[in-house]
Design a protein around this ligand. Sequence first.
Ligand SMILES: Cc1cc2nc3c(=O)[nH]c(=O)nc-3n(C[C@H](O)[C@H](O)[C@H](O)COP(=O)(O)OP(=O)(O)OC[C@H]3O[C@@H](n4cnc5c(N)ncnc54)[C@H](O)[C@@H]3O)c2cc1C
Ligand code: FES
Length: 257
Amino acid sequence: MKKIIDFLVSDVKWLNENTYLLDLYSEEKLPEILPGNFAEIRIEKASEVLLRRPFSIHDVDYEKNIISFFIKVAGKGTSQLAKYEKGEKLNVIFPLGNFFSLPKEKDILIIGGGSGIAPLKLMGKFFKENGVKPVFLIGGRTENDIFLVDELNNYGEVFITTEDGSLGEKGLVTQHPVFNSDNFKYKKIYTCGPEPMMKAIAKFASKNDIDCEVSLENTMACGIGACLCCVVETKEGNKCVCTEGPVFNIKDLKWQI
Ligand SMILES: Cc1cc2nc3c(=O)[nH]c(=O)nc-3n(C[C@H](O)[C@H](O)[C@H](O)COP(=O)(O)OP(=O)(O)OC[C@H]3O[C@@H](n4cnc5c(N)ncnc54)[C@H](O)[C@@H]3O)c2cc1C
Ligand code: FES
């Protein structure tokens, strides 16, 4: 059930010079949050940022009433958000959007890149609770962009690619040896990250007839299906990513891949 809550900042932890974890505490009991759900945060400190900003929910601690976000600085909103101090208030609408489906298949590959690794921890937790042990593949430009390896290791094996080869296999995620189509063993792929990465994965999945879900990060304004600025073309017409996504099965999208 969707809620609007004034959270209190409980921690802001920088992971590198442009990436941080934001933990928010609520006095109210948190509703159920599923992997892929996102929140719209109002950033009052950035007076020129009028619209709320959307972020995937990275983790939830129902006992402590804390939700966490994994955030990369992209502009004014995300840089001001990092300046909130412990105890300051942030107004949040959540949980929004749909979520990644629980797989029926056994061999699962979850791929994340950039800020798209944000929902992977919650996916790992949720899948583990439901007896699914996925393999994760995370990609970045350099080792400085690779995060959450230890956390994700709690839920499944983690493979890494970096474009400069500073950590894991050298190259893009789709150049990792798991993508060798002669012995590709995964029956379902989930992915979240930059659109070119997701399109390359979708192309491989379509060609090899593998079920694939993607989480889109289209620019959003209202977040409630009113402004139509986040639409994506699907086989059933245009759909709002904020209300009918962000997760879509690639077989429903009209993507040029
Ligand atoms: C469903 C969803 C989940 C997301 N999850 C995460 C996450 O977990 N972690 C994370 O770091 N980022 C996430 N993003 C992206 C994040 O919302 C943008 O980086 C953020 O809104 C940029 O705000 P800004 O004021 O810092 O940047 P701006 O100065 O406004 O713009 C900088 C860049 O961010 C893009 N952008 C601006 N506003 C939005 C917006 N409202 N929606 C989407 N993109 C925007 C612009 O196209 C521009 O390229 C998500 C986006 C969506 C749609
Ligand atoms: S953000 Fe306004 S319709 Fe999706």
